[in-house]
Design a protein around this ligand. Structure first.
Ligand code: HEC
Ligand code: HEC
Ligand code: HEC
Ligand code: HEC
Ligand code: HEC
Ligand code: HEC
Ligand code: HEC
Ligand code: HEC
Ligand code: HEC
Ligand code: HEC
Length: 327
């Protein structure tokens, strides 16, 4: 084709300006290229439609061949996606996860239908997140990062109990399946009574991720779940003990279990304190700024009286009356 096209020239022919010609050429050029691609896309789409198009057929069609699954599904909370007054998948619940099923219903071949359990983790998760996108930390969880998909923990068509485990015994069993060494720590002499199923991993962790380290479950104002049960440790206190907030409870405790009383990280309270307060009892000839630097001054660590720090510093998690956490 010659350019510019004669029919349109008349309209745009300016009284002799070459620049205007150029502008007009560009204008049509821009218009014409996308038009061409669009047409091409349409033909491709049509060709595809002939061989590939899958449409939604409705849950009742699935029922014909998957009676058992269909029957169980009537009790599944996901049924609400097709029955609720504002349901977006009226009559099509099965296909909300499995995708349009016309081809599969015709051919009855597994390859023609999407099974989230057989997809790579990221794609499988995308199926669920299409609706369950309301909890952003989920995407940041180390389970997601390590390709543990939703359907690893949530089984869809067996029972409510397997769809979402709530009973501590069932949760612990599931988590222990992969986290064997953590699970074993709860058998140490001092432990939370998890092995006894009095509580579960999800009392402290959010399996979907959280904004705290190690996916710790958050309560109140993004505080670790510990303070929900140990409310007296929550504060705020007039006199905080800095590490409680800064390092977290696990700075001094081993919440999975410990060989030390009070699940402390060290066998003796003293050694734990002195890891940070080493300047308290040093017996050097130099005067120090802290109390008891020189014996027989105040904190004389050679004296048994001073070795058990928490005999005096009883409010070790924070105090409202004593800066030195004495009461
Ligand atoms: C005409 C009978 C028939 C109909 C209708 C039918 N299916 Fe199936 N479906 C089958 C058969 C047969 C298999 C097992 C294929 C195999 O094991 O190779 C199957 C397997 C499946 C699987 C497992 C695929 C896999 O990779 O493991 C899913 C999911 C599924 N069907 C979903 C559906 C949904 C959703 C519908 C409704 C849209 C539906 N089916 C309608 C016959 C049917
Ligand atoms: C919320 C998502 C979701 C919905 C809704 C759903 N499924 Fe599934 N389906 C799955 C997942 C995930 C699997 C993989 C196995 C599992 O987790 O139980 C699956 C597996 C299957 C299978 C393979 C056999 C099996 O049990 O593993 C069939 C058949 C099936 N679904 C049919 C259906 C039918 C029929 C409906 C509607 C009545 C339906 N599904 C609704 C998510 C869904
Ligand atoms: C089409 C939207 C949709 C999709 C896709 C979807 N869900 Fe759901 N899911 C829902 C709705 C709606 C509920 C019910 C919420 C309620 O009752 O509060 C629900 C509830 C749940 C529950 C909680 C059940 C309970 O008893 O508390 C789990 C677990 C769940 N879905 C997992 C999944 C998984 C895993 C996938 C991906 C395989 C998935 N969902 C895909 C909409 C969806
Ligand atoms: C490591 C196992 C695990 C993975 C992976 C997992 N979940 Fe869960 N999910 C659970 C457990 C356990 C519960 C019950 C939590 C409770 O009772 O506090 C739960 C609860 C739920 C609930 C019920 C509402 C709630 O928060 O209590 C929904 C919905 C849900 N999960 C969806 C998902 C989706 C979507 C994914 C993937 C993005 C996913 N889950 C990945 C273990 C998991
Ligand atoms: C299918 C295996 C599997 C199951 C089941 C599983 N996890 Fe995990 N989990 C992993 C993997 C893989 C990682 C990442 C590597 C690691 O930190 O060990 C992980 C990491 C974690 C982390 C560390 C998070 C971080 O950010 O450092 C916590 C906490 C956790 N899982 C808790 C749980 C809880 C609670 C359950 C039970 C509801 C559970 N896991 C079930 C595989 C699993
Ligand atoms: C009493 C609360 C509590 C319980 C119950 C608990 N955890 Fe933890 N877990 C924590 C805390 C706090 C951390 C962070 C430790 C740190 O920062 O050093 C952690 C860290 C982890 C980590 C990452 C670091 C590591 O030790 O590998 C994993 C994985 C983990 N927990 C899995 C589990 C599993 C699985 C269960 C159940 C068998 C469980 N936790 C029960 C509080 C708990
Ligand atoms: C679901 C409630 C709950 C949560 C969450 C919880 N605990 Fe506990 N904790 C308990 C109970 C109950 C005991 C008493 C244990 C027993 O002997 O049965 C206990 C005991 C302890 C003890 C030992 C007390 C003693 O007198 O020996 C310490 C230390 C402790 N918890 C720290 C933590 C830390 C740190 C966290 C968070 C990482 C945490 N707990 C989360 C319920 C909880
Ligand atoms: C600076 C170290 C340190 C930090 C951080 C710390 N604790 Fe403690 N905790 C201790 C010591 C030391 C004891 C033992 C006190 C004693 O000897 O009587 C103790 C005892 C406990 C006890 C059992 C005795 C009691 O007072 O009830 C619980 C429960 C407890 N801590 C929970 C927590 C929780 C929850 C956190 C986080 C909010 C936390 N601790 C943070 C050092 C710490
Ligand atoms: C992880 C480090 C760490 C551990 C372990 C620790 N502390 Fe502290 N402690 C601090 C920090 C940091 C401060 C704040 C110091 C400041 O404000 O100058 C502090 C403050 C104090 C104070 C108040 C000092 C003042 O006058 O403000 C006392 C008392 C105290 N700690 C006692 C203890 C005892 C007893 C233990 C052992 C049970 C202990 N600490 C364990 C880090 C630690
Ligand atoms: C016999 C009681 C007693 C014992 C045991 C004791 N302290 Fe103290 N501690 C005190 C008193 C009293 C103060 C000063 C309070 C004040 O200044 O108002 C103090 C002050 C402190 C301070 C604050 C120092 C500063 O610079 O302000 C720290 C830190 C401290 N003690 C840590 C320890 C550690 C660590 C141990 C164990 C090795 C310990 N204490 C054992 C009674 C004790």
């Amino acid at each position: 084709m010659t350019w510019p096209p004669p029919s349109r020239c008349a309209v745009f022919t300016p009284p002799g300006g070459r620049a205007m010609w150029l502008a007009a050429a560009l204008f049509f050029g821009l218009l014409r290229v996308p038009a061409a691609t669009q047409a091409q896309e349409k033909t491709e789409a049509k060709a595809e439609a002939k061989t590939e198009a899958k449409t939604y057929v409705g849950s009742e069609v699935c029922q014909a061949c998957h009676e058992e699954v269909f029957k169980n599904f009537q009790k599944n909370p996901h049924r609400s996606v097709e029955t609720g007054s504002r349901a977006e998948w009226k009559g099509n619940a099965c296909e909300s996860c499995h995708g349009p099923g016309s081809k599969h219903a015709e051919a009855a071949e597994a390859a023609e239908i999407r099974n989230p359990a057989k997809l790579p983790a990221a794609q499988s998760e995308a199926v669920c997140l299409a609706c369950h996108s309301n909890k952003p930390p989920r995407v940041q969880s180390s389970h997601a990062k390590n390709e543990v998909a939703c359907v690893t923990c949530h089984t869809m068509h067996k029972s409510q109990e397997e769809l979402v485990r709530r009973a501590p015994a069932a949760v612990n069993q599931q988590c222990a399946g992969c986290h064997t060494s953590v699970s074993a720590q709860f058998r140490k002499p001092y432990h939370h009574r998890l092995a006894e199923n009095a509580m579960s991993c999800v009392d402290c962790h959010n399996p979907h991720g959280s904004f705290l380290a190690a996916s710790q479950r958050t309560v109140f104002a993004s505080e670790p779940a510990c303070v929900q049960c140990h409310a007296d440790k929550r504060g705020p206190f007039v006199f905080e003990h800095a590490p409680v907030r800064l390092e977290g409870c696990a700075g001094c405790h081993q919440p999975h279990g410990s060989s030390n009383p009070r699940m402390l990280a060290r066998p003796q309270v003293r050694t734990l304190c002195l890891e940070c307060h080493a300047n308290i009892g040093v017996t050097t000839a130099q005067p120090t700024t802290t109390l008891g630097g020189i014996p027989p001054a105040f904190h004389d660590l050679r004296s048994p009286r001073y070795q058990n720090c928490t005999i005096c510093h009883v409010k070790i998690h924070g105090s409202n009356v004593s800066r030195a956490l004495l009461r």
